[in-house]
Ligand binder design. Sequence first.
Ligand SMILES: NC(=O)c1ccc[n+]([C@@H]2O[C@H](COP(=O)([O-])OP(=O)(O)OC[C@H]3O[C@@H](n4cnc5c(N)ncnc54)[C@H](OP(=O)(O)O)[C@@H]3O)[C@@H](O)[C@H]2O)c1
Length: 339
Amino acid sequence: MEKMKVAVIGSTGAVGQVFLWMLSDHPWFEVAYVTASSARIGQRYGDSVHWVIPFEIPESVRNIEIKEFNLDAMRQAGVQIVFSAMPAEIAKGTEPELRANGFYVFTNAGALRYEDHVPILIPEANGESLELIRKQGYPDSGFVVTNANCVTAGLAMALAPLRVHGIKEMNISTYQSVSGAGYPGLSSFDITDNVIPYISKEEEKIEREIKKILSIDPIVHAYCVRVPVMFGHLITVWLTFEEDVETDDILKDWDKFVLEETGLPSTPVKPVIYSKDQTFPQPKYAFWGTPKGMVVYTGRLKKKDGKIGFTLMVNNLVKGAAGGSIQNAELFVKQNGLV
Ligand SMILES: NC(=O)c1ccc[n+]([C@@H]2O[C@H](COP(=O)([O-])OP(=O)(O)OC[C@H]3O[C@@H](n4cnc5c(N)ncnc54)[C@H](OP(=O)(O)O)[C@@H]3O)[C@@H](O)[C@H]2O)c1
């Protein structure tokens, strides 16, 4: 089968690197075009990038030339699907331009997440929202599909099978890794041997996005904290349900959350895995699972004063970013018979 040619824009950042790592052996997609900021144009990817993810840079990626953001050149390279890992303030301009010019954009940037006809898509949680691309004009035009903020991506996975009980209230605290701020991100002076109890706009994003993705309307209280950890966000969660729910019900819901035959190469069969080990999950295991980094891990389930509590860990760069986008593109391609 001939692979579909894709572009990665913002390819040298933390999320862009995970795109290239995951796409290097993808069965359906092949990277044909990469961009970064203007200072890198014309350089070989392997010479230019400061590679920060904990796997070797794939050989097939080293020699790719970094090109300028140019729609005609992308078209000439045979690109139809564009994966975006650009800062939101740049994406605000580039993504509508790509859409208007017929490209299919799968993005990590938050710029268009709250537009009515733009889905925040997580195939396991709200696959039906992909239909919104038709309201953007597909198949006569391009479209933009976003994925959730990295914390919300993990939360939505753990909460999707629990929606049936009626989620009334959600209180969370996050412990977010430094890779969530991109590269170079925070100064080592600020984060070494320290925690920072504020991440700009994060708490608001989580509240807004979890409601849009899961079509629920709980009261949400959130605190988001940056911790000196490289990869993986840990979250503690307290939920109040409309129904009287026991911990055994929650365990059964997660256990039944099995996706045998999605046919999507980047979707785990069991997307949420619970462990009884009281010290689990930990960000140290952020790249566990198959595919690596795509499983959300939960632990420490308990019931107190009518509330259900648990911990969860999501790989912010994989399930919470590049891997989520790739999965979204796979769903689109499969549903539209393009593969
Ligand atoms: N990090 C995460 O965990 C995470 C999770 C979910 C969503 N996101 C979102 O994903 C996007 C990328 O995040 P990141 O963490 O990968 O950020 P990052 O490490 O700062 O990378 C940004 C990328 O955009 C490029 N870029 C910056 N300014 C540009 C410009 N003016 N023109 C063209 N390219 C430009 C950079 O190129 P240079 O290397 O040449 O500067 C780099 O490739 C952001 O919108 C972020 O909010 C991130």
